[in-house]
Design a protein around this ligand. Structure first.
Ligand SMILES: Nc1ncnc2c1ncn2[C@@H]1O[C@H](COP(=O)(O)OP(=O)(O)O)[C@@H](O)[C@H]1O
Ligand SMILES: [Mg+2]
Length: 270
């Protein structure tokens, strides 16, 4: 099971869109995908027509100390408009979790432990995280093996990116296995100077972290969310979906390389 998260300490940069679009493309490959909505705003949850204000069960329950068994975690799964995509929805009540201390015993590993129960059920897990560095984002970062950081191609967003990169450096000091993260330029519009220049700046500043795909501005994303189906089903040939296909191909290559490196390292240490 591959666990990827999408995060940035800024809202409106395309996090939820990245999660939904990649999920659709993975599902198109015949893979089973679990989406975990850890953002109390619940945009991902609303995308699939569940109401974060009215849900009886949600990702909130994962943080209840009494929820420990595989059956209890499985009870949180709900269907979506796509047969191969399952969701653990968010509820607005999850905002209260952010007030809890990250330092308290095991609080940062709640999601990792819960996902361990679902190990054989899904090929991929994609986690959508809130734009706040709190308990929920820390859980997302601890559970994932790979992180995508969408960043709008505009100058103010790049400031926010610096903050996110500092956060990741801090997290990586505490992790034994380094978190691989990729910066994904979004809302790119090649007709505007601001977009072109900020893309250049991101490439210069983060040459090793930049993903090999750029997501253009594409109004089709909003149309797909209005209907509640994944963008690749709604309109597979649109520019935006094609950019995410390129991203996915590149991410899957990265994943294969990592697996090869790891098996090589294992052989060498034997
Ligand atoms: N590449 C894009 N082009 C045009 N609109 C987009 C694009 N990506 C996202 N959007 C739209 O912008 C809004 C915010 O995107 P969203 O993915 O919800 O951001 P976040 O999760 O970071 O807050 C949504 O209405 C979404 O449909
Ligand atoms: Mg979002």
């Amino acid at each position: 099971m591959h666990i990827w998260a999408v995060a940035n300490q800024k809202g409106g940069v395309g996090k939820t869109t990245t999660v939904v679009t990649l999920a659709g493309l993975l599902a198109d490959q015949g893979l089973d995908v679990l989406l975990l909505d850890l953002d109390p705003h619940g945009s991902l949850t609303s995308y699939f027509r569940y109401d974060p204000d009215a849900l009886e069960r949600s990702a909130y329950d994962l943080f209840e100390p009494s929820v420990t068994s595989a059956e209890q975690v499985e009870r949180l799964l709900v269907d979506t408009s796509h047969a191969r995509i399952t969701l653990i929805p968010a509820s607005t009540a999850m905002a209260t979790l952010e007030r809890k201390s990250i330092g308290s015993e095991g609080m940062g590993l709640v999601v990792s432990r819960a996902l361990a129960h679902l190990w054989d059920r899904f090929d991929y897990v994609l986690i959508d995280s809130p734009p706040v560095l709190g308990v929920l984002m820390v859980n997302a970062l601890a559970a994932c093996k790979r992180l995508i950081v969408p960043v709008q191609t505009e100058f103010l967003a790049i400031k926010g990116l610096e903050r996110m990169v500092r956060t990741l450096a801090m997290i990586n000091r505490a992790r034994s296995e380094k978190l691989q993260y990729h910066i994904l330029p979004t809302f790119f519009d090649r007709r505007t100077q601001a977009s072109v220049q900020s893309l250049r700046l991101i490439k210069q500043t983060y040459p090793d972290q930049i993903a090999h795909a750029i997501v253009p501005v594409d109004t089709k994303f909003r149309n797909a969310s209005a209907v509640g189906v994944v963008p690749s089903v709604m309109d597979p040939a649109t520019h935006g979906v094609r950019a995410y296909s390129m991203l996915l191909r590149w991410l899957q290559q990265q994943e294969q390389q990592l697996t090869l490196q790891q098996s090589r390292a294992q052989i060498l240490t034997k």
